[in-house]
Ligand binder design. Structure first.
Ligand code: GLY
Length: 563
């Protein structure tokens, strides 16, 4: 008997010991006051140092964003755009849109040939793909309203990083190699990233440092009206593009009202159009709210079913309704209402998958690049900033100015190049997102902040093109419904459905075999094999004792830094 009792105690200790080890492994960085989580350690460190030196989250935003332009040229940028959602310590919330715009000379059919077919690569590669960049305007606009440190100070460590150089990681080595053929195709000559860079090499960015120094000296006008603007325009035009000095001079970031909605005792604050992120996230969460996801279990058949069906319906609406709110009227309040969610889910049954073909609206597949980047910041004063920024594709249009030291976006590809084709219901898909001069192209970027019982709870976002929305969703659900910590929630396997193609993409070898087989039996098409990773989430969770837990995605080089 004694032996049995001892064995029982030993097994109990072993199980609990294992639990502790497991917990330690899956807990992210914990800090007491402040944190920055971004795609590169260099950027997180620079942002965190700004905070340590007394700057606030908006000062750290400028530093982190520009440091990513140096350390992570894959998506960090001067030549792109982005969205920021903030929540100040006093509860004030807001959003900033610094999305790229179509140039004045753009027109609806600019990517079509004489037969009306889309010309391959015209909206993705080279100068014609470039939208008017918004990043510098965004950073300076946010800083002007809320920043406390001089921009010249904020830029110092970023310029030093560009001069000192950035060490190549293994993932970066692979990325650079993957795109070198396209660098050659888009540029007249080889560019610095055309070299055979290897892990642990240091890449210096002297031309970018010079551009940043001019911005440090002359402010944001340097980029939109000054020497940099002139160099940019002559370079883009010499490569066949249509952006003019007038386009740059007219560019302005816009303050927007974020999308807000309730989910249980959470208040979600997310990006409004021209990003589809907040609206789609709201539609999905309102549709799944009545179901007992926590009872169904994480990544169980039933949870995957409910989430997939909600995603299917929200993505169908996205293609039809959403575009730049300065150009199209969006029935936003109706789309995110509980009543609409109930109506939309009325034909859902646990017995059988809905077919996307039976779901209105639109008939346009969302083909989006997934090479964006996201960073989350909480400062020592309690302010929170959530930013997603992008060049669209990896290294954007691949067009790189050797003189200015940065890549240009290919964001024009986020417009619908061929709108106006009626679907089987006679509805005109994607007209809301057709090209128009000075219009902003629809995005999926979903920088998000979550309040719980009126207090800051989570800052979250990710790259991933159309999978951004569903990755942000799952990260929030993992914490709220499935009681995971921040790092655990970020690590957890993700799946994605976007209405068309009618396929549930799953991260390979990460899902329960029985759940997959049950889903197949119910009529779902599962794609585990060709799926790439789904999202690279950077997130921060406020723990019950007010300390912060970082969630830095192992799928990338993401790192949390704080104090
Ligand atoms: N270019 C990716 C997005 O805006 O969602």
């Amino acid at each position: 008997m004694k032996k049995i009792i001892l064995l029982f105690i030993f097994s109990f200790l072993l199980i609990n010991c294992k639990d502790v080890v497991k917990k330690e492994k899956t807990t992210g960085l914990i800090t007491q006051k402040a944190m920055v989580v971004s795609a590169r350690i260099e950027a997180s460190k620079i942002g965190s140092e700004i905070l340590k030196n007394g700057g606030n989250a908006f000062d750290a935003m400028a530093a982190t964003d520009l440091a990513l332009a140096v350390a992570y040229p894959f998506a960090g940028n001067l030549g792109g755009g982005g969205f920021m959602v903030y929540r100040k310590a006093d509860g004030e919330i807001g959003a900033l849109d610094y999305r790229e715009k179509a140039p004045l000379a753009a027109d609806r059919d600019m990517y079509l040939d004489n037969e009306g077919n889309v010309v391959k690569e015209k909206s993705t590669l080279g100068a014609m793909a470039v939208g008017v960049p918004g990043t510098l305007a965004g950073i300076f606009t946010a800083h002007k309203k809320f920043g406390t440190m001089p921009m010249s100070e904020i830029l110092k460590p970023v310029i030093a990083l560009a001069k000192r150089g950035v060490v190549v990681t293994k993932k970066q080595e692979d990325r650079i190699k993957n795109y070198q053929a396209l660098f050659l195709k888009a540029n007249k000559d080889s560019i610095p990233l055309s070299k055979k860079w290897k892990e642990n090499d240091t890449i210096k960015y002297p031309a970018l440092a010079e551009t940043l120094i001019r911005i440090q000296q002359n402010g944001v006008d340097e980029f939109y009206k000054g020497e940099t603007a002139k160099k940019m325009v002559s370079f883009i035009q010499a490569n066949g593009g249509i952006i003019t000095l007038e386009d740059l001079a007219k560019y302005e970031a816009r303050w927007r009202t974020p999308v807000t909605f309730k989910y249980d005792n959470l208040k979600i604050i997310s990006m409004s159009p021209p990003s589809s992120g907040g609206v789609a996230l709201a539609q999905i969460m309102k549709a799944i709210e009545p179901y007992d996801l926590d009872q169904f279990g994480h990544n169980s058949t039933k949870s995957i079913q409910v989430i997939t069906e909600a995603e299917r319906r929200a993505y169908a609406d996205r293609s039809f309704f959403l575009g730049d709110p300065d150009f199209v009227t969006i029935p936003q309040q109706e789309l995110i209402s509980k009543e609409y969610a109930t109506k939309r889910m009325a034909d859902f049954s646990f017995e059988k998958a809905t077919k996307s073909a039976d779901v209105s609206h639109g008939n346009i597949e969302i083909v989006e690049s997934d090479e964006t980047t996201h960073y989350s910041i909480v400062d020592q004063f309690g302010n929170a900033v959530s930013v997603t920024t992008t060049l669209n594709g990896a290294y954007g249009s691949k067009l790189y100015s050797p003189e200015l030291g940065f890549f240009f976006n290919n964001e024009m590809d986020d417009f619908s190049s061929k709108p106006g084709v009626p679907n089987m219901f006679g509805l005109i898909g994607a007209k809301a997102n057709e090209i128009h001069p000075e219009k902003r192209m629809l995005s999926s970027m979903t920088p998000t902040i979550v309040e719980k019982n009126g207090k800051l709870f989570m800052v979250v976002g990710t790259p991933g093109g159309s999978t951004i929305i569903t990755s942000v969703l799952q990260t929030i659900l993992n914490v709220h419904e499935y009681k995971m910590g921040m790092q655990e929630a970020v690590n957890a396997a993700r799946f994605h459905h976007q209405w068309l193609p009618d396929v549930v993409k799953m991260e390979p070898k990460s899902f329960d075999k029985q759940a997959i087989s049950e889903l197949k039996d119910l009529g779902y098409t599962i794609d585990e094999t060709t799926s790439r990773i789904i999202g690279k989430v950077s997130a921060i969770l406020v723990l019950p004792n007010a300390s912060l837990e970082g969630g830095a995605d192992k799928r990338g080089d993401d790192t949390a830094v704080g104090f």
